[in-house]
Ligand binder design. Structure first.
Ligand SMILES: [Fe+2]
Length: 293
């Protein structure tokens, strides 16, 4: 069934996924189960393609980059057997990528294509998990290396109209993601990324709860303001030693934080803790049922 069959333009859901460590590709988890479910739903509802911002690629100075490599390679991932990803065929959507460049330029962004960019696990890990039987046409948008929250909200807002055409917008980052504060010993000794020899530390629990509260209790422009404000949370720097994995959440808030999105609240659909202190929360805003109404 077509998504946009109603008189009122329908809006596809938006995901803010926490991709966690590379082990999330190799090991089963609640998060991985949900990624597959979200992918199945997207295919069942006939999405036109995926437009995605990850957390491992940023444009310098004022730039945003869009991937236009017609045959991208995959950057290798640690601790995962190559059989779990090397045969997966990536599907870059060059027409939509070029369209996104124009949409971003029309909104005043200094945007360029990168015809040589190879995809990184922040995006293809999630695509493999969501769409194991084939990658939909996908557009990758970079972050900007100044990591300005308002700037990333505006990127999402600029691309939000694609939701009315049936594109699925995804931000792949992290809710609590500080590699310096993870407990790595069980991983290094036993290859166990899910070991919890001790509970997560208080700062991780506190920030994780604040993210959930903002995402599930705010909608429209308040969501944008709330997630932007969280960068001033007392535990923000503990939860994010670098800003890169938080930016995907702001991109998503731009895509689903318009006045028209008021009343659309995020839902915590799955969560997997890794390496003791890394919280891989999986949030979805909106539904296809609403999109078809
Ligand atoms: Fe990452």
């Amino acid at each position: 069934m077509a998504i946009n069959s109603g008189a009122v333009p329908a809006l596809t859901p938006v995901h803010w996924f926490s991709h966690g460590s590379t082990m999330m590709l190799g090991e089963e988890s609640d998060a991985a189960t949900y990624w597959k479910k979200a992918g199945d739903e997207a295919l069942a509802n006939g999405i036109k393609g995926v437009v995605m911002m990850g957390a491992h690629w940023a444009g310098l100075n004022d730039k945003i980059m869009v991937a236009t490599n017609p045959k991208p390679n995959m950057s290798p991932v640690a601790y995962v057997h190559p059989s779990k990803y090397t045969n997966y065929k990536l599907n870059p959507d060059l027409p939509t990528s070029r369209r996104c460049i124009q949409m971003l330029r029309d909104e005043g962004f200094d945007t360029d294509e990168d015809p040589k960019f190879d995809w990184i696990h922040d995006t293809y890990l999630v695509l493999i998990r969501m769409f194991p039987n084939g990658c939909p046409p996908t557009t990758l948008i970079s972050m900007n290396a100044r990591y300005d929250p308002h700037f990333h909200v505006r990127i999402g807002a600029a691309l939000r109209p694609l939701r009315k055409e049936g594109y699925l917008i995804i931000g792949s980052g992290g809710a609590v993601h500080n590699l310096y504060r993870n407990v790595w010993q069980p991983m290094l000794k036993y290859r166990n990324n899910f070991a919890q020899e001790t509970p997560p530390e208080a700062w991780a629990l506190e920030f994780r709860q604040s993210v959930e509260d903002v995402v599930t209790q705010n909608s429209g422009p308040k969501l944008r303001r709330g997630l932007t404000r969280l960068m001033k949370h007392p535990q923000y720097r503990d939860a994010h030693a670098t800003d890169d994995h938080y930016m995907a959440g702001l991109f998503v808030a731009g895509a689903v934080g318009d006045k028209e999105d008021e009343g659309v609240y995020g839902r915590l659909c799955a969560e997997t803790w890794e390496l003791t202190n890394m919280c891989n929360s999986q949030f979805t805003y909106g539904t296809y049922v609403a999109a078809k109404a």
